[in-house]
Design a protein around this ligand. Structure first.
Ligand code: UDP
Length: 416
């Protein structure tokens, strides 16, 4: 198949860990590469955010990234991109005028808006469209209220994308529930999780040396909803419980030291650590290159993932691939990926006491950690390789294509 991916803000070429660069970038890059390994020809369309970017950049054999002009060629926060989506649709339609793809898969609601705009034009390319939301505005608003910076139009455009695309590829069962409440017909939903790059996160390998007896690692973009304050609060409770030789490494944020120093979330986390008297135990690592992530994860007794909500969450899969137990808030995709007391421990969201209790249990019982870590490794190899995820995604594409050709045959039949 000739497959088009549209990912307006999340380029597979971007550095990870910044405010708008995380799991979606990883997902689009890895899924495209895995589909190409299955023999498909993949083009990823993204917005040009730098004037020096060439139009086409090869990502790997079988995958090209195409930069389309839509709005100023500089970084624009994703929540300010909606006004440029019709320009993006124009560019997509222009590119497909002569050689349309067999199928298009858009990522994030705004890419869905641009893609459906392009494919629904009467004179445009009538390409079957699948969509993955990665995050849902309804869930975001529920948790962030007035702090949600999404444009107000998201409230109606997102459900419109959900009901208009040929098929929605949801990444977890919690999302399927949300989609149904949004009015997306159950028959139009396929559930395919994200995967993990098992060559980048192999079963064995070196581990960074620790500075203290125990180490916890938390990875996330430095935004409040990632709940990175919770492991800091738990650190204090662990200290009170006699576990005082524990370091917490928080990964994510800017690359340069000054950027991290001026980051409001980094400042908030630092101030909290100081207030709780655990500042010597907290290391803000900033952005860590992806290829160093396995060494860092392997150095931990546990990887802590305690977001307020999480559309999927690739970090727990990466930790599991490294054989490290995950202590996760029971939200979103983490409910599916982290099996409580089998591959990790689940705790209620936003509950530092429960988190501290789970961490204390793990730190006091290394055999439990090894057992959970080994089970996690087994689970990701059985269920979450990108090759398997690509095969399941391909099935969703085929279902969509055969439904479309069935519809065409019915229309032709009734016209005769
Ligand atoms: N990541 C990274 N370096 C960093 C921070 C994050 O390589 O400094 C990667 C991390 O390993 C994971 C992705 O970014 O692959 C984050 O994905 P996830 O789905 O967990 O969170 P999101 O950022 O999408 O909310």
């Amino acid at each position: 198949m000739k497959i088009a991916m549209v990912s307006e803000h999340a380029s597979p070429l971007a550095a990870l860990g910044g405010v708008d660069a995380g799991g979606q970038n990883v997902h689009v890059a890895a899924l495209s590469a895995a589909l190409a390994r299955r023999g498909h020809d993949v083009t990823v369309y993204t917005r040009r955010d730098d004037p020096d970017l060439p139009r086409t950049v090869p990502l790997c054999p079988g995958v090209d990234v195409v930069h389309l002009d839509a709005g100023p060629a500089r970084h624009i926060p994703k929540d300010d991109l909606l006004p440029y989506m019709s320009e993006l649709a124009d560019e997509i339609a222009k590119d497909w005028a002569t050689q349309p793809p067999d199928v298009v898969h858009s990522h994030f609601w705004m890419s869905g808006v641009a893609t459906l705009d392009a494919v629904m034009r009467p004179d445009g390319p009538q390409v079957p469209a699948l969509h993955t939301f990665h995050a849902l505005g309804t869930v975001k608003r529920r948790h962030q209220g007035a702090d949600d910076t999404s444009p107000p139009a998201r409230a109606w455009l997102e459900p419109w994308v959900g009901r208009t695309a040929d098929r929605i590829v949801a990444t977890c069962s919690d999302e399927v529930f949300e989609l149904k409440s949004m009015g997306v017909p159950t028959g139009n939903i396929s559930m395919v999780p994200c995967g993990v790059d098992l060559s980048l996160f192999p079963t064995t390998g070196p581990a960074e040396p620790r500075l203290r007896r125990h180490r916890l690692v938390a990875v996330g973009r430095l935004v409040p909803r990632k709940g990175l304050d919770l492991p800091i609060r738990a650190l204090r409770l662990l200290w009170d419980a006699g576990l005082d030789d524990v370091e917490l490494h928080i990964v994510g944020g800017g690359t340069e030291a000054e950027k991290l120093a001026s980051d409001p979330e980094a400042q908030r986390l630092r101030a909290l650590a100081q207030e709780l008297g655990v500042e010597d135990q907290v290391v803000l690592r900033g952005q860590v290159p992806r290829d160093h992530m396995p060494d860092l994860m392997r150095s931990a007794d546990a990887v802590v993932c305690t977001p307020w909500y999480e559309p999927f969450g690739i970090v727990p899969l990466e930790a599991m691939a490294c054989g490290v137990p995950v202590v996760a808030a029971a939200v979103g995709g983490l409910i599916d990926t982290v099996v409580d007391r089998v591959t990790g421990l689940q705790v209620p969201p936003q509950d530092p006491e429960a988190l501290a209790d789970a961490l204390a249990e793990l730190l006091r019982d290394p055999a439990l950690g090894s057992k959970l870590g080994a089970a996690g490794q087994k689970r990701v190899h059985a269920r979450y390789s990108w090759d398997r995820i690509a095969a399941e995604t391909e099935r969703a594409y085929q279902t969509t294509l055969s439904r479309r050709s069935g519809q065409l045959q019915r229309i032709e039949g009734s016209a005769l």
